[in-house]
Design a protein around this ligand. Structure first.
Ligand SMILES: NC(=O)C1=CN([C@@H]2O[C@H](COP(=O)(O)OP(=O)(O)OC[C@H]3O[C@@H](n4cnc5c(N)ncnc54)[C@H](OP(=O)(O)O)[C@@H]3O)[C@@H](O)[C@H]2O)C=CC1
Ligand SMILES: O=C(O)C1=N[C@H](C(=O)O)C[C@H](O)C1
Length: 232
């Protein structure tokens, strides 16, 4: 496939390497505020840019009929607008807060654990995410997806950065040099803590997942998720 990379930072460069290894070609790289690029040269676009650019990039692709995979986080207040546009234009779109196989399995484990523990009132839930210091958004998109998974299967109704109460899951966001992404969920009672944790050792899993998702999306129409791609 001919792939356009919208965002050529840490993720864009890792995706390029994997895409070339899998026999694809990179026909376009966009790394700055550039509204003049011709996306129609690509079979599929992969957007790992910045929160303020993602919606423009995705809109450009959908308007041009180019399937788009986006992993950029921090723009989800506009997700429904993108869904609407994609429907109107009969476009092809996948967003995932995390494209790695391991984290997508972890999402399912998180929901199962919430379902199991939420009736037991002795335990209260909290979350922590740790990322590198260049990260622009907090909490991470992955932490938000994890919180939504708990909300779906418990009496909690919301999440909040650093603060929690009977209805709200507290998420702590820690920034440390060079950490690719660590997420943990803890259920604490007076006597013990049950904790699950996912640690990314590097960015390969995220990037491979994004390339696999773009291969899967090519030739399909609609809005999909990594659950569809992985058959979970
Ligand atoms: N879903 C997932 O699995 C994962 C998601 N992410 C998310 O992906 C995004 C990118 O992460 P990462 O690669 O680490 O970040 P980087 O900061 O390394 O890369 C982002 C790149 O986007 C560029 N950029 C700025 N403006 C635009 C624009 N208008 N169009 C296209 N590109 C632009 C930046 O250029 P410049 O520096 O010059 O501004 C930068 O090179 C983040 O939102 C991150 O949270 C990250 C890992 C996994
Ligand atoms: O910015 C990052 O680096 C990452 N962002 C994603 C997120 O916000 O969840 C995924 C991963 O944790 C790395």
């Amino acid at each position: 496939m001919k792939i356009a990379l919208l965002g050529y930072g840490k993720m864009g460069k890792t995706i390029e390497k994997i895409a070339l290894e899998r026999g694809h070609s990179i026909v376009l790289k966009v790394d700055k505020e550039d509204t003049n690029y011709d996306i129609s040269v690509a079979d599929v676009a992969i957007d790992f840019s910045i929160p303020s650019a993602a919606v423009n990039n995705i809109t450009t692709c959908i308007n041009a009929g180019v399937p788009v995979v986006s992993g950029t986080t921090g723009w989800l207040d506009q997700y429904n607008d993108i869904l609407q546009l994609c429907k109107e234009k009969k476009g092809s779109f996948i967003y995932a807060s995390n494209f790695s196989l391991g984290v997508n399995l972890f999402f399912e484990l998180n929901k199962k654990l919430a379902q199991m523990i939420s009736p037991i009132k002795e335990y209260d839930v909290s979350m922590e995410e740790i990322h590198h210091t260049q990260k622009l958004d907090a909490p991470s998109g992955t932490a938000i997806t994890l919180a939504e998974g708990v909300i779906e299967h418990s009496a909690k109704t919301a999440w909040k950065l650093d603060e929690g109460d009977i209805n709200t899951i507290p998420i702590t966001a820690v920034r440390e040099a060079d950490v690719p992404g660590t997420h943990s969920i803890a259920y604490t009672s007076e006597v013990d803590t049950i904790e699950i944790k996912h640690t990314a050792h590097n960015r390969h899993g995220f990037a491979l997942g994004a390339v696999v998702a773009s291969e899967w999306l090519h030739g399909k129409t609609g809005v999909f998720s990594m659950k569809d791609v992985l058959g979970l």
